[in-house]
Design a protein around this ligand. Structure first.
Ligand code: PLP
Length: 417
């Protein structure tokens, strides 16, 4: 469910006509809906009911300060994968004590800054990392909470680039290796064992992989218990999918119910942390673009728009589908089938293929479900300034990232003396 709907043939973001936003900020632009972000966050929070739980929004899905601020005001925790994301969480008013630091390659400075900020937990992925955190925490006279990310070896049945829970993945550790690390952690100065973590992938649209993963995590928790290691929290990662086209991902309710039932049936009441990113931000954003021209070759017709793969790379990177709709619906308009492509000099630069649209040059199109892994994956390829980002709140909107200008893009470069 989102808050981008048509009223009188005109696409609205909450109650603001999308065309009003474009008049103010131009195209391309990302438009986010505060009500949608809040609705999704509450859906997860309510789904767990009285079961002890914490929602840690995965910052990498959409790291705009305003997005983080909306969630921080709800009391959300955060999941970060870099020192840069930590700085954003703090700048957005997030609580670092309710922040989990994930990722396979934490740098020394990142560990230090995380400890300085009072980070809640490090999810660690190797023995070397445990040693580094223990050493740095010792130097700082601090104590670091750690969970080990285990790899439950389940197939999340999603795109290979976003599947992370298989043995061949660079993420996580096998149970055997993880057990060694826990035993060592229990003896390491500056380290407090907090929990067990896993994250099996992204855009998961079935419950079965989650059931298998949690079973393995709980087997492992039992193994730890036999060795005298108490688990305070299970961090079950993120990954719940959204509807881009015709997928029907489980609702947060069903997802949480399965976790609760599984815990209870195995006699556990360990607090659960989850790290949803896409499921909170995905449907809370659209990318608005203007049709530049229509062009026909022998084989294909192209709708050339002013947004490109540097603004939204998911179609080029994952062959991802995003629905594309006219911002103004006009039933009298002639329809055609087009590949919707951008200005970047790459054949991979497309937003959608074989789309039936009723468009003329100058019209506006909205690319839906662009709130997650959209703007954050943007680049300046072809020296294209990044688009404006706007947050809608009821009947008002605000620019939450100004459109870049070309001079900014090379402002930190230098000529030779
Ligand atoms: C990417 C990631 C998430 C969020 O994944 P979504 O599919 O956006 O929910 C959560 N946890 C970790 C460790 C991640 O790497």
């Amino acid at each position: 469910m989102d808050h981008f709907n048509f009223t009188d043939s005109l696409l609205h973001a909450e109650s603001v006509p999308v065309s009003d936003i474009v008049e103010a900020v131009g195209t391309p632009c990302y438009v986010y809906s505060r009500a949608t972000l809040e609705r999704h966050w509450h859906a997860f929070d309510r789904a767990f009911g009285d079961y002890p739980h914490r929602i840690h929004y995965a910052v990498k899905a959409n790291a705009n300060l305003a997005v983080l601020n909306v969630l921080a005001r709800l009391g959300s925790g955060f999941d970060i994968v870099s020192g840069g994301e930590l700085a954003r969480v703090i700048a957005a008013g997030g609580n670092s004590a309710h922040t989990i630091f994930s990722g396979v390659c934490k740098q020394e400075w990142e560990i230090r800054e995380a400890l300085e900020s009072g980070i809640g937990v490090f999810n660690i992925e190797s023995e070397g990392e445990l040693e580094a955190i223990s050493r740095i925490a010792g130097e700082m006279n601090a104590e670091a909470g750690i969970s080990v990310r285990i790899n439950p070896d389940v197939d999340a049945r999603t795109h290979p680039y976003i599947s992370t829970g298989l043995k061949l993945s660079k993420f996580g550790l096998s149970q055997d290796r993880a057990l060694d690390i826990y035993l060592r952690a229990a003896q390491s100065p500056g380290i407090r064992v907090h929990g067990v973590a896993c994250h099996i992938g992204s855009q998961i649209v079935e419950l079965a992989p989650y059931r298998d993963a949690l079973d393995r995590v709980l087997d492992f928790v039992e193994q730890l218990g036999e060795r005298g290691i108490t688990v305070m929290e299970i961090d079950f990662g993120g990954g719940l999918g959204v509807r881009y086209r015709d997928e029907s991902p489980p609702a947060p309710d069903e997802y949480a119910r399965q976790i609760r039932e599984q815990m209870v049936s195995r006699g556990f009441r360990i607090p659960v942390a989850i790290e949803p990113g896409r499921a909170i931000a995905g449907n809370a954003g659209i990318l608005v673009t203007r049709v530049h021209s229509l062009k026909r070759n022998e084989q294909a017709a192209f709708c050339i728009v002013d947004a490109a793969m540097n603004d939204l790379i998911r179609p080029a990177l994952y062959q991802a589908y995003h629905e594309i709709v006219e911002v103004v619906r006009d039933g009298a308009r002639e329809r055609g089938v087009y590949d919707v492509v951008g200005p970047v000099c790459e054949s991979a630069d497309f937003i959608g293929k074989d789309r039936e649209l009723a468009v003329r040059p100058g019209d506006l199109l909205a690319v839906r479900t662009a709130g997650a892994y959209g703007a954050v994956l943007g680049s300046n390829y072809n020296s294209r300034p990044r688009p404006a980002e706007v947050m809608v709140d009821g009947g008002t909107f605000q620019v939450v990232r100004a459109r870049e200008n070309p001079a900014e893009l090379f402002g930190s470069e230098a000529l030779l003396p």
